[in-house]
Ligand binder design. Sequence first.
Ligand SMILES: N[C@@H](CCC(=O)N[C@@H](CS)C(=O)NCC(=O)O)C(=O)O
Length: 216
Amino acid sequence: MDIYGAIFSPYCARVALTARFKGIKLNFKPTPGGGYKSPEYLKLNPLGKVPALKDGKTVIYESGVIVEYLEAKKKKKPVVPKKAKAAAEARMIAAVIGEYVHGAVGKLFPLMGPNPDKAALTAVFADIDKYLDIAEQVIAAKPFAAGAKFTIADIYALPALQFASLFMPVFGVAKPLGARKKLNAYMTKAKKHKVMGSVMKDMDDSFKAWQKSRAG
Ligand SMILES: N[C@@H](CCC(=O)N[C@@H](CS)C(=O)NCC(=O)O)C(=O)O
């Protein structure tokens, strides 16, 4: 299967993490036509966003939809717990970190550059802190995000936390997760996990390449 996008994007990393956990081979490809909004790519994903997945003639976009597609396609090694309560608990952690923490971190993008609006930056950092505090409350980190097993919670949490760890230093934040014990323990353990560690490293390399390309 081919995936369009770059793995430093947490949306793309969700898909990569799901595929690697399940043993599905994915090839990362640049968007055709030279950009997310090229006519060639808009034919694949009319939203002009990455990722998009190509499985033979089937094209799927929206990371959450792709994750569910891979889950349905390869039922071995499920990422969604079977029991309703456990599934909901894993999905709540996924939502807090994948949507709210990452949603706040993503608001830093328009503030990149030499003279960012200081008041806007302060507001965004306050939001990030608020959601990281909630993440610290809800993550199990035992050692996985929802407990003893790798689940959909990790698929959303790990890429979002790794992205925050890579991106916030651009704004001078040396320790994005601060002194939050569970979040830090989670990331330390994840780094040693074969699949999670490989995604963290690839996000790191891809982020550095993106920074280099921006520097010209
Ligand atoms: N809801 C989408 C969000 C994907 C997304 O926002 N991707 C970013 C890259 S990190 C993107 O393509 N941004 C370009 C744009 O929004 O124009 C998903 O889950 O796949």
